[in-house]
Design a protein. Structure first.
Length: 418
């Protein structure tokens, strides 16, 4: 950054007139740790002078009153130390010739809560950075993830992933595949990412759910460059064949690249809906009308569009996924951190309406537990729509296409309500 020369001169003059090393630090009182400082020595000073300065300050406090408690010594990034001290010691230390400057210590806020979770447990911005607090953790809900497979021994969900048996034995190639298998680390990426967002210990919306690995999109492991629509429908068939336990959510986070509405897909998803499964689908990433794609064009698939929010955008934005009146709700889906596949601890970052749909699948699990007397798909979908945060979006690409201005919200009614 270029700083006007006159300003530099005037700052130096102030410091030299006072005869003391400059005091630096944030001007925002709330950001400053009271009575805590970092004392930084001039370039070229040694460990010997560092120890000497520290001892001199302690002796001064002993002999003249005042308080100093030295905490950490810095000897590699620069010579200096951190300390709690009162004003008398601050003035004393700033007078030592070895001291270059003293900086007020600042409060540091680590972004421990993943941003996509931070966003959906509150309504208004800015993000509070607090521990993620949904209404509940979805414990007792089964989530069927029709995708490319889940790395079941990943630390994000070890013990909470089960494999749906494949009655047709079509997918022998992947059944029983070791999670650490090199091929799986490639083709299992998408499914594992989805599972991490739905129910991962760190990145999951509903950290108590049981996830069922409906492993059908295995084309890339079979040598294909794409999967088939019939694979997805086969996955739905597997869910029903297995007599899948309920209450349950079925996540179908895949679709066609271009416009296509399928009678088979619609019939199959209607069947799941009739059987009491909440079916959640991705709106698609083509930046076109979602009504003309599989999920949006079906009767009962809860269709999710993609949003972005601070710190990745200046405000809430509905992004360039598919849009329009057939989108039921938006959810964070940009640069979402989740479980990866190369190791059992690694993470990956995913972007797209798939990620958004996974967020809402988790939210559906939360709503299924929130009101156990009303667990019908219609009630759950309506609940998510009704309690969504409204009027939050700047629409980047689709302001006039009838997209709902709704962002999924799983926070507590009594905390941080709009
Ligand atoms: Ca939050």
């Amino acid at each position: 950054m270029r700083v006007p020369l006159t300003l530099l001169v005037s700052a130096l003059t102030v410091a030299s007139v006072a005869g003391q090393a400059p005091l630096r630090g944030s001007d925002v009182p709330d950001d400053v740790v009271p009575d805590r400082y970092m004392v930084v020595l001039k370039a070229g000073e040694t460990t010997v002078s560092l120890i000497d300065v520290a001892h001199r300050a302690v002796r001064y406090a002993e002999n003249n009153g005042g308080y100093i408690s030295i905490d950490k010594l810095f000897e590699n990034v620069f010579m200096g130390f951190s300390a709690d001290m009162d004003t008398a010691l601050l003035d004393e230390v700033r007078g030592y010739t070895e001291v270059d400057y003293v900086e007020k210590d600042s409060k540091i806020i680590g972004h421990i809560t993943p941003p996509h979770l931070d966003r959906i447990d509150q309504q208004l911005l800015p993000l509070d950075g607090a521990t993620y607090e949904p209404l509940n953790n979805g414990d007792g809900v089964e989530v069927y993830i029709i995708d490319s497979g889940i790395m079941e021994d990943h630390e994000e969900f070890v013990g909470r992933v089960k494999l749906v048996p494949d009655h047709s034995e079509k997918c022998d190639f992947m059944q029983g595949q070791a999670a650490s298998d090199a091929a799986f680390s490639v083709c299992g990426k998408h499914g594992t990412a989805m599972a991490g967002i739905v129910g991962g210990n760190t990145y999951g919306v509903a950290k108590g759910v049981t996830m069922w690995d409906v492993r059908v999109l295995t084309g890339t492991c079979d040598g294909r460059t794409y999967d088939y629509l019939s694979d997805v429908i086969h996955g739905m068939d597997m869910v029903l064949f297995s007599g899948g336990a309920k209450p349950a959510v079925v996540l179908i986070a895949s679709g066609t690249q271009n416009e296509y509405v399928s009678v088979s897909y619609n019939t199959a998803t209607n069947r799941l809906y009739d059987q009491g499964y909440v079916v959640v689908g991705a709106a698609g990433n083509a930046r076109r009308d979602a009504c003309n794609f599989l999920a949006g064009g079906s009767d009962h698939v809860f269709t999710v569009g993609q949003s972005i929010h601070p710190p990745l955008a200046p405000m809430d934005m509905a992004l360039d996924g598919n849009y329009g009146a057939c989108v039921d709700i938006f959810a964070p889906g940009y640069s979402v951190q989740t479980a990866g596949t190369e190791t059992t601890t690694i993470t990956q970052t995913v972007t797209g309406t798939s990620a958004s749909a996974a967020v809402v699948a988790g939210a559906a699990a939360v709503m299924l537990v929130h009101d156990v007397t009303n667990q019908t798909p219609d009630y759950v979908m309506e609940s998510i729509r009704n309690r969504a945060t409204t009027d939050v979006f700047t629409f980047m690409f689709s302001p006039s296409h009838g997209s709902p201005d709704k962002l999924v919200w799983v926070g507590d009614d009594t905390a941080g309500a709009k």
